[in-house]
Design a protein around this ligand. Structure first.
Ligand SMILES: [Zn+2]
Length: 60
């Protein structure tokens, strides 16, 4: 499974965006534009797009 991670602009920590994909192709194919992610680090909402999410492989 590929987890889409963001970097919290307040804490600088990697945060799971809540979006997960079955494989890297699905991650690469997704179009993100100002998607809102509730940050588990600082509790605020962050806007994410394709340039701010990073693919993070994890066990299913
Ligand atoms: Zn945050």
């Amino acid at each position: 499974m590929i987890k889409a991670m963001i970097t919290c602009p307040r804490t600088g920590k990697a945060v799971f965006s809540g979006m997960a994909f079955g494989n890297l192709a699905a991650f690469d194919g997704v179009k993100l534009e100002n998607n809102v992610v509730r940050c588990t680090e600082c509790g605020e909402n962050h806007l994410v797009d394709n340039s701010t999410v990073k693919a993070f492989p994890s066990e299913p």
